[in-house]
Design a protein. Structure first.
Length: 553
């Protein structure tokens, strides 16, 4: 068997998953988040959304990947995600009804190629920052997901086409369920596995009960998709995958226990005289029954899962654990090194959020982001690491302060701790306007585009000036540079305010746009000001910390 298509499909699948989450995060402005919450923020709505969407796209795996991406992006709550999973399992039964009645089948490869074509052209041809370009990136990610899933199925087409279930016709029901699990795990499609069961039943190779047991195992087989999608992901992704696996195992056991009584009850309905229809009715019935039984436990399940998969709370600091408080001078030096890392992390985060290209060389380069392990972390994870570094540094400094240290060392320690606190404040100001920046990019209006470009130019100039600030330069030069930057950002803020008021008077912007631009201007200034305070505390001797404030007025 040629494994190349399978490996290629797996690679595209994982790439599509990563791009999908990034696209969702980029598009998740206020309006988009509100839409998702309104439609899948409760278990009931989640079930409805999962059922409807899966019935339309004919792929529970794709819906599950969307759920993983939404949860990973922090948009969909866990209880709502569990509801979508339950609904997706029910929605996928529509494939069986189509096959049993009309013999229809959705061509995923054609849809994937169409999505890749349209999305790829849009990503290249549309102007940078345009709303449609952001949607084009989302379309490309969906196309890659579908294409990857299709390639994985093609990789085992020979297996599926030549698979003969006749040697297994006399196996016990539990063994047939295991067979259904195995076949679905390989094919990566419960719909395709269901078609095997329907074909075997139609051809007389399997009896109705054996085919029903085979169908019961198909839901468990699809959990491989969830496990792959959550592999290496956030704790929330792992919780969703755990809920998916647990529900499908419960549903399979329920189906095995109810095969004979449920099939007997369905046989009493004249409309289900055809064994094919009875099989798909059985498939639908135990999914509905599973939802009814699990429904009261969704909230409790979400709470239990929240207590699990907390993620590895590894230390962020690199130098504190190696410098015991017994040698105060070494401890202070370690704190200064960690403060430098915190500043670099904050500057790197701000550049990333503002879509500024990192310089090749800079004394404030975020070297952690160049590390492969850190480079795979999302913006949210990197921000949390910065906050955790602040907490670790605060605990370490508090421990040092319990010892009898010279007053000069205590001042140095507190100055470095204050530097990291201000760096976190700077990063938070930018984090708070990420949604505003996305809204401006998606507005597709010339006035807002001009303002967005202006903000980006101003930020680029500010961070380029920071790159020229050398940690080892003289204190006089540092005071002069920081004072100049502080005056510059204040003047920039005031010019922007004056121009915004002028635009408001000329009716170039509506009320919402004007409010958004005022907010962005305020937070950009607050972030830059906090960053300068952090650099002030980090670079200058404690006795000189007030010099910059006095020099800049």
């Amino acid at each position: 068997m040629d494994l190349l298509p399978l490996l290629a499909g797996l690679g595209l699948f994982m790439l599509g998953m990563k791009l999908l989450e990034e696209a969702i995060s980029a598009l998740a402005g206020v309006t988009f988040r509100r839409f998702v919450r309104d439609h899948a923020n409760t278990p009931f709505r989640g079930v409805a959304v999962g059922t409807a969407v899966t019935a339309i796209v004919q792929s529970s795996s794709l819906v599950l990947l969307l759920v993983l991406a939404f949860v990973g992006a922090g948009i969909l709550p866990l209880a709502g995600a569990i509801g979508v999973i339950l609904g997706a399992n029910l929605g996928t039964t529509t494939t069986g009804w189509l096959v049993a009645t009309l013999g229809l089948k959705l061509d995923l490869s054609s849809l994937a190629l169409a999505l890749l074509g349209v999305g790829g052209l849009g990503s290249v041809l549309l102007p940078k920052g345009a709303r449609l370009r952001e949607f084009a990136a989302l379309v490309v990610a969906l196309g890659l997901l579908l294409f990857g899933l299709d390639l994985m199925k093609q990789g085992v087409d020979e297996f599926a086409a030549q698979f003969d279930v006749s040697p297994f016709a006399n196996l016990p029901l539990w063994a047939m369920a295991l067979l259904g699990i195995g076949v679905t795990a390989v094919i990566q499609s419960s719909s395709a596995a269901m078609m095997i069961a329907l074909s075997a039943l139609h051809g007389g190779v399997l009896g109705l009960e054996a085919a029903a047991a085979f169908a019961a195992g198909t839901g468990v087989g699809t959990t491989v998709t969830a496990l792959i999608g959550a592999f290496g992901g956030s704790p929330d992704k792992k919780r969703v995958a755990a809920a998916h696996v647990g529900f499908n195992l419960f549903k399979a056991l329920l189906a095995l226990l109810l095969i004979q009584p449920l099939l007997g009850a369905l046989a009493l309905l004249p409309a289900l005289a055809d064994p094919l229809l009875r099989l798909v009715a059985f498939h639908t019935s135990y999914n509905v029954l599973g939802i009814v039984l699990v429904w009261p436990l969704i909230g409790r399940t979400a709470r239990v899962l929240q207590a699990r998969f907390q993620g590895a709370q590894l230390q962020v600091n690199r130098y504190l654990h190696g410098a015991g408080p017994e040698v105060p001078e070494a401890a202070v030096e370690a704190v200064e090194k960690e403060a430098r890392r915190g500043l670099c992390m904050a500057i790197g985060l701000n550049r990333y959020a503002l879509r500024l290209h990192p310089p090749e060389r800079s004394p404030w380069l975020d070297v952690d982001a160049r590390d492969p392990a850190d480079g795979r972390r999302s913006y949210g994870d990197r921000y949390e690491r910065l906050k955790r570094l602040e907490g670790e540094l605060a605990e370490y400094v508090l421990e040092l302060e319990t010892r009898e240290l010279p007053a000069e060392l205590l001042r140095r320690l507190n100055a470095q701790l204050q530097a990291v606190r201000d760096a976190v404040i700077s990063a938070k100001s930018i984090k708070d306007i990420r949604g505003n920046l996305v809204d401006l990019r998606m507005a597709l209006r010339e006035p807002t585009d001009r303002w967005l470009q202006r903000f980006e130019r101003q930020a680029e100039q500010f961070y380029q000036r920071l790159d020229g600030l050398q940690p080892d330069q003289s204190e006089t030069s540092t005071v002069e540079a920081l004072s100049h930057l502080r005056n510059e950002i204040r003047e920039t803020r005031d010019r922007v305010l004056a121009d915004l008021y002028r635009s408001a008077g000329q009716r170039q912007l509506d009320e919402l746009e004007l409010s958004t631009l005022f907010n962005v201007n305020r937070e950009l200034h607050s972030s830059a000001k906090a960053l300068l305070r952090a650099l002030n505390a980090h670079l200058l001797e404690p006795a000189s910390l007030g010099v910059v404030e006095a020099a800049s007025g």
